[in-house]
Write a protein that binds this ligand. Structure first.
Ligand code: UDP
Ligand code: MG
Length: 325
């Protein structure tokens, strides 16, 4: 049975890729409709994340030319995860099923057929997983792998090599909307939603044009966010380190006392200096980790909206008010 699909695409300064992306989407959506997987009133929702180039103007033009395209304009740049959530929350209640993907054509559109087939088989969430990462640089590939391993070691339920190319049913979107955290890491939240899920493998290609909006600094911040939003193990690690150091300090005390008794006390300037620096460093590091979590609590308690929608372009005259939290 055909279902109403909404493809959600966050766009930040994507004027170089949008013409090609939209062209391919028109074709893809027509194909899917012909195959009987989606209904004719399915839509592509382009979320403009406060772009500084002509992205929003282009979205307006696309919408005017073809009602297939809808546009959401955020009031400012809020980052990939918030923009994606804004799109998904707009899609919630307006479709049977949503698929999120990037604007840059890195996610193979032909995987959408398989996503939808899995949905028909009863899955509420389908994760797109990259087959291989040979289009990424060596550095990005290795750091990403390290990140996934670390997440697993910290006990976080995360799908290896899954970015945000994902199918979510309306039911899963409803459940997602009930998770109210401000520190967003959507690929970790989807497994929390639960329901029947599956993975679809696809080849990730290179960015069609333009450059990555994820420089190393943002990637690192994203990784730290991911870890501290889903695991308190680093805090426990600090306790363990503290415990070990305490035991070592007891031994040191014993050693110092024995040295004093046997009369060799003045020596040992090097070891004193070294231990002061070591302990100081470890303490600062631990305080930093604790600070990360306190910062998270601080942000969550403010309960600020995760995104603000300025406009919602659609052919039904829906107003832009959607679930913000
Ligand atoms: N993006 C966004 N807001 C941002 C940064 C990125 O909406 O602040 C969008 C971007 O337009 C793209 C997607 O997020 O559709 C993924 O970004 P990108 O392709 O640059 O990341 P990479 O694939 O290099 O990890
Ligand atoms: Mg990309």
């Amino acid at each position: 049975m055909a279902s109403k699909l909404m493809v959600v695409i966050p766009c930040y300064n994507e004027e170089e890729v949008l013409p090609e992306t939209s062209k391919r989407l028109v074709k893809k959506m027509a194909d899917l409709e012909k195959k009987g997987l989606i209904t004719p009133d399915s839509r592509v929702l382009l979320v403009n994340d406060g772009s500084r180039d002509r992205t929003w103007e282009m979205i307006c033009e696309l919408h005017k030319e073809n009602p297939l395209f809808e546009g959401v304009k955020l009031s400012r740049n809020r980052g990939h995860q918030n923009a994606l959530l804004a799109g998904l929350m707009t899609a919630k209640g307006r479709c049977d099923v949503s698929i999120s993907m990037d604007a840059d054509l890195q996610d193979d559109m032909d995987a959408m057929d398989r996503f939808l087939e899995k949905y028909e088989e009863g899955c509420d969430i389908v994760y797109g997983v990259r087959n291989k990462r040979d289009t990424d640089t060596f550095f990005k590939r290795e750091t990403a792998l390290m990140f996934y391993r670390l997440m697993k070691a910290l006990g976080v339920d995360i799908t290896f090599n899954h970015a945000d190319y994902r199918l979510m049913s309306n039911r899963a979107l409803e459940a997602l909307s009930q998770i109210e955290e401000v520190n967003l890491f959507l690929r970790g939240l989807a497994p929390l939603v639960g329901f029947q899920s599956d993975v679809v493998y696809y080849d990730r290609s290179e960015r069609f044009a333009g450059e990555s909006k994820y420089p190393f600094k943002k990637m690192l911040a994203f990784a730290i966010d991911g870890i501290t939003s889903f695991s308190v193990k680093p805090l426990r690690l600090i306790t363990t380190v503290g415990l070990v150091i305490f035991v070592v300090s007891l031994l040191m005390l014993l050693y110092a006392l024995i040295s004093w008794i046997t009369g060799n006390a003045v020596l040992g300037w090097t070891s004193t200096l070294a231990s002061i620096w070591m302990i100081g460093g470890i303490q600062l590091l631990c305080m930093g980790v604790i600070g990360e979590y306190i910062g998270k609590i601080y942000n969550e308690t403010k309960r600020r909206p995760r995104f603000i929608i300025e406009r919602y372009l659609n052919d039904r005259g829906d107003d832009p008010v959607v679930d913000k939290r």
